[in-house]
Design a protein around this ligand. Sequence first.
Ligand code: SF4
Length: 456
Amino acid sequence: MKLATEHQLHYLSQKYNEYNLPMYLSYPVDSHWRQPADESAIALTLNELEEAQVYVHIPFCKSICYYCCCDRVLGGREEDQDLYIGALEQELELKLADRSRKLRSGNIHWGGGTPAYLNERQIERLYGSLSRYVEPLDNARVKLEAYPDKQIVSEGKLRLLKALGFNYISFGVQDFDTRVLNAIHRECDLEETREIIGLARSMDFTVNVDLCYGLPYQGLGEFERTLREIVKIAPDKIVAFPYAHYPAIYPLQRKIPLLSLPNSYMVARLFELAREVLSPDYTMMGSDTFIRNIGRERHPGPQVVRDFMGSSEIGSPELLGLGKSAVSKTGRLYYKNTTAMDRYRSALDQGRLPVESGRTHQLSEDDLVRAELILLRLLGGMSIDKAAFTSSCGADFDTYFQQEIIQLRAMERDGLLEGVDSPLIQVTPSGTYFIRAIAHVFDPYYKSPSIGENSI
Ligand code: SF4
């Protein structure tokens, strides 16, 4: 990186520090879903559902990582896991039994937690229950999140998954450096990872690897070694996401020494490093995902949107979430299941939807306009074609966003955007580091008035 660019990056990373900005997996982000749950309105949208992405949450993990922001449960006895699977079956029945045909899905995703932590009998049982209500479309992606640990992902389990119909497996690696891993209470052995991923590839699974940057003690050298090893392992897709430090919400993060965390400039450098190391073999998709040029995963070109699965090929806008803490979007409603295991199970025992009270949001017309802009055009496509926006939303961009354009011009002076007053606004390569800050300009729910006020 040239010195002038480094100086600019240093300045911009302090000005547009993204630590406190949302990841924008939805718009509005889920912390702003604050309406009371209306179970009958949700039931109506469920009855109209013909096709949806399906997310199944399995919260159990072998051990708990300090950096984790997911809803997870340590271990769990086999009988507790069986009870949870029973509750998932009750939820499936409550949501999908009353229909003349199965729900079609192009994307079935078991996430967690560590879904691969379930034993073979449990995986087979849950897959069978799901198949009674959900029918994968041709070429559907049936995906499971896993940990590169042979005790969790055995050869027999991989064979079972393949036989059931899973075709996609995602491994959380994050980093291979011992000091980084110790600080986040996680183990990830390079040789074991290489072996398990090799086995999965030999069985024709499409393989995804998650990496995390901005972790404690993670410097450019540590992360570069991890990136270069991952390039040799050659997964079909790599997702590099930033560590989010919120110790007030995730108390285990207090075990991470504050001074061990890279500052915002280093976080931007780590992401730049990922782009540099991966670019010969991978093409970026959206803001954080890299698709291998000669792998099993096809780059969807401009057809990219941001959703709860991250940067994804545009698919069904409907999402059916199953399991505690799972989120759904059906019709115009976003809603989140309760996170507490006892409340989740007791709601289902009483035949009620396990929706968390006060965690629902009905999308307004304005929400729909801004969701398209943030999730599809900015985080998906890194540009705003004003004519395409108008024909899709029926609103003239320059008129609708008069206030926001003032902030965009300041960002243009900072080199994050080009063409703010032209028909096509484009995010520059520097702007991709700060894409969430750009998206944030359009977010009246979660807005910092300081962004964009002072340009260089
Ligand atoms: S990072 Fe993954 S394995 Fe670690 S606690 Fe969170 S869900 Fe479990």
